[in-house]
Design a protein around this ligand. Structure first.
Ligand SMILES: [Mg+2]
Length: 496
């Protein structure tokens, strides 16, 4: 263990990507924590299923999404669309936003579905425009009008959609009748990129450019495997791509003679999640020694085997584990976490890489946040005093109810004074509130908050992910025996 630890440390120094953790420690950075919505005892988890893309294999989103954007632009260009000058803008969008296909907007709703920020195409709406568009209308994700940006893979699609909305408005796209049709064309172009071989071939050919190493990740899975858990890989990616990515991400950090394949009890590729959780799709075995050809598979699952397709129900039956004995770890809020929880009651962990940067930003902002909170408290006190004095003056003027004649006499002068204080405080609050709103992303702010409230994304995370964390290797810090207890939720009427 010590030798392994030292080895890991030296390798980590070389890559300079993450802090080394040779032995389990309670002393780890706050942003590498695992956060709990519902109590989860990892000791009683018998199988841990993993998604691959952006879960076990973390792509440099900027590079990968730029590449996908470029390929999709080519697909649309072939349709005769004027798209050559479009550029991928990484900061234009964040995960968890929603497309409004009726108005061609990107919106950020709060947990109740009220729109807190909106952009039409690439232009951010001002307060009045936003109110006109969304007064009396909430974002309900069950409506076809709204499309939720579930993963980091949505960045290229969203950036393309936003820029093309501008072109639709300028009547530059031949034959496109509306934003819903535009979205479908963008969606199809992105799907074509992911299905067609050259995009993935480019990543396979140059993994260093696209994949970020995490030297602690294989250790996290080794810990779980040695603690007796069956590890499963359930990915929508094809076998060729999966094999290349997993080998690149894992093999160099595993003990000599071991490969990523030794970690997993079962590997399922081309799983077609979320369908995998709903339907009894046929399963095939990937015949590795025969160029990855597929052989229909019906019987027991072979330990160490690689399968294609199939379903969660079949897998549960074959492995003899079900429901809350399985923890599924993925980055796609709907395809990995929502459906596995809703349909099979699997325990769920969401991987949310952006959380690390957001938590660091929040920590740096703590002092300012404290000042902001103090000023808001002063503002509320002044506001309450203004309300009280107005009522005293009103009762004195109209001659009813208990009042204070002396106070009523000086009410106007005192009210003017208080209003001045209020305005002066507001001016001091504005720039701080603005900086707070820009934490995470200058346009959209933080992933999990919308204004002072939780974002709709945060609400979805809370509903479907039992735990969430920035990366799989954070399990190293908390061991395979961890017990996460849900915090006591706060309520507006809680004392103090
Ligand atoms: Mg994924």
């Amino acid at each position: 263990m010590a030798a392994n630890g030292e080895e890991l440390m030296s390798r980590t120094r070389d890559t300079a990507e993450v802090a080394p953790t040779p032995v389990p420690t309670a002393d780890y950075p706050a942003e590498r924590g695992i956060f709990c919505n519902r109590t989860l005892n990892l000791r009683s988890t018998r199988a841990v299923g993993y998604d691959m893309d952006y879960t076990l294999v973390h792509y440099r989103a900027q590079e990968g999404e730029k590449l996908a954007f470029g390929y999709a632009r080519r697909v649309l260009g072939d349709r005769g669309w004027p798209v050559d000058d479009l550029k991928f803008e990484a900061r234009q969008v964040i995960r968890g936003l929603t497309f409004d296909l009726e108005l061609g907007n990107l919106v950020k709703p709060n947990r109740f579905g009220y729109v807190m920020k909106a952009a039409h195409g690439t232009r951010v709406l001002d307060f009045d425009e936003q109110r006109r568009a969304y007064a009396g209308r909430i974002v309900d994700l069950s409506e076809d009008r709204f499309v939720f940006l579930n993963t980091l893979f949505s960045h290229s699609e969203a950036s393309l959609f936003a820029q093309l909305v501008d072109r639709v408005d300028q009547h530059e796209l031949p034959g496109v009748l509306g934003y819903a049709e535009l979205y479908q064309a963008v969606r199809n172009s992105i799907d074509a990129v992911h299905m067609e071989g050259s995009f993935k071939a480019e990543i396979i050919a140059d993994p260093e450019r696209f994949v970020e190493h995490d030297p602690e990740l294989p250790l996290a899975l080794l810990d779980q495997r040695h603690a007796g858990k069956k590890l499963l890989l359930i990915t929508n990616s094809e076998w060729d791509f999966t094999r290349s990515m997993m080998s690149y991400a894992f093999d160099r950090f595993l003990p000599d003679g071991m490969t990523w394949r030794d970690l997993f009890h079962t590997v399922i590729v081309s799983a077609r999640k979320p369908d995998f959780f709903f339907r009894p799709n046929p399963m095939y075995e990937v015949v590795e020694e025969n160029l990855g050809l597929l052989r229909p598979h019906f019987g027991a699952i072979r330990k160490g085997g690689v399968y294609f397709g199939g379903s969660a129900a079949f897998l549960e039956k074959q492995l003899g584990v079900s429901g809350d004995e399985i923890l599924f770890v993925g980055d796609h809020l709907y395809g990995d976490v929502h459906v596995s929880k809703a349909v099979h009651r699997w325990r769920t962990a969401l991987i949310l890489r952006e959380l690390e940067e957001e938590l660091r930003d929040l920590r740096d902002f703590e002092e300012t946040q404290k000042k902001l909170r103090e000023m808001m408290e002063q503002k509320e006190a002044i506001e309450a005093e203004i309300c009280r004095r107005r009522l005293v003056a009103q009762r004195a003027r109209d001659g009813y109810g208990p009042t204070d004649a002396e106070e009523a006499d000086g009410a106007e002068a005192r009210l003017t004074e208080l209003r001045e204080q209020f305005e002066e405080l507001d001016e001091r609050i504005a720039p701080l509130a603005q900086s707070a709103a820009e934490l995470g992303n200058p346009i959209w702010g933080s992933l999990m908050r919308a204004g002072n409230d939780k974002s709709l994304y945060a609400r979805q995370v809370e509903r479907y992910a039992d735990i969430y964390t920035s990366r799989v290797s954070n399990f190293v810090y908390q061991t395979p025996f961890a017990y996460w207890r849900a915090p006591r939720g706060s309520l507006p009427h809680d004392p103090g």
